[in-house]
Design a protein around this ligand. Structure first.
Ligand SMILES: Nc1ncnc2c1ncn2[C@@H]1O[C@H](COP(=O)(O)OP(=O)(O)OP(=O)(O)O)[C@@H](O)[C@H]1O
Length: 274
């Protein structure tokens, strides 16, 4: 679905600050891939390159990020470099950002924000019809229709994040990129959102790429894991294998730092088998 070949990504035009350094891996269809690493290791930068969002001064210095998708309407193959991924936003690729409060407009009700964010073709019918479709979709994840009438501050952080997750899935994208979607939420809410993302992935049979600095989160839901350290990939493979047999010191330390109860890991797998 996406090939990342020896890609170096960073910021700035005059000077260049390298954030991701010579990284290669592939993203296949129908899987959950985790990207882990400490703060500043380049996870979000890599995600922006995968999304094709170059609005923050991001630049690919060398290497390539190539997407291969199928047009849902025509069945034709689509191949594009990440500089053209913007054309694929929503239909093929959607993005769940970090921090729901920073992306939702505090002065606008949820319904308007959802509707305004949808691609034009989704807004073709009557507003009533569209609202009913959105409400039905939200109900599938236990969210009541009245969240659409709320302003963001009237919802809890967990509820806002669940709405963002649902919106990202509404038009059936083949790839969902989620950047720290559960950071700053308590563990109960976190688990609910992780379960929701797994359920979406299973229903849509699409691919989820999940960035988190929390290895416990990756252990719970990912099939494959990419570990970053100082802009490089230090380890990549099946999540279960990495946990069973971490090769790199950095990964070993990360795993050792996970909370344990009675000698057992204090997290359970909630999602897809690895
Ligand atoms: N807009 C920007 N302009 C310049 N440098 C940036 C920018 N965004 C990130 N960087 C730098 O790129 C490097 C990687 O940052 P990045 O945010 O990708 O890491 P991260 O692993 O996602 O960290 P965190 O978990 O804290 O979000 C850091 O050194 C950071 O300072």
């Amino acid at each position: 679905m996406i090939s990342i070949d020896n890609v170096t990504v960073g910021y700035g035009t005059a000077g260049f600050i390298t954030a991701v350094d010579g990284v290669s891996f592939t993203i296949g269809s129908n899987e959950i891939i985790g990207i882990a690493g400490e703060s500043g290791s380049g996870k979000s930068t890599l995600m922006r390159a995968l999304y094709g969002d170059f609005s923050t001064g991001l630049r690919i210095k060398s290497g390539t990020v190539t997407g291969r998708f199928t047009d849902a309407a025509t069945g034709k193959a689509i191949e594009k470099p990440s500089s053209q991924f913007r054309d694929l936003w929503w239909d093929q690729i959607s993005y769940i950002p970090q921090g729901s409060m920073s992306v939702l407009n505090p002065l606008m009700k949820i319904e308007k924000q959802v509707v305004d964010g949808l691609p034009k073709r989704e807004r073709g019918g009557s507003r009533r019809e569209l609202r009913a479709r959105i409400a039905k979709f939200l109900a599938g994840f236990g969210l009541e229709e009245n969240v659409l009438d709320a302003y963001p501050h009237q919802l809890s952080g967990g509820m806002r994040q669940r709405v963002l997750v649902a919106i990202a899935a509404f038009v059936n994208p083949r790839l969902i990129l989620a950047d720290e979607p559960t950071t700053a939420l308590d563990v109960v809410v976190q688990k609910k959102i992780l379960l929701m993302m797994v359920e979406i992935q299973r229903r849509l049979q699409n691919t989820l790429v999940l960035v988190s600095h929390d290895l416990g989160v990756h252990y719970q839901i990912t099939d494959r894991l990419v570990i970053m350290y100082k802009g490089r990939i230090v380890e990549a493979g099946r999540t279960a294998e990495i946990f069973a047999n971490p090769r790199h010191d950095y990964t070993r330390n990360l795993i050792a730092s996970l909370p344990r109860l009675h000698g057992q890991r204090a997290v359970d797998r909630v999602g897809a088998g690895a």
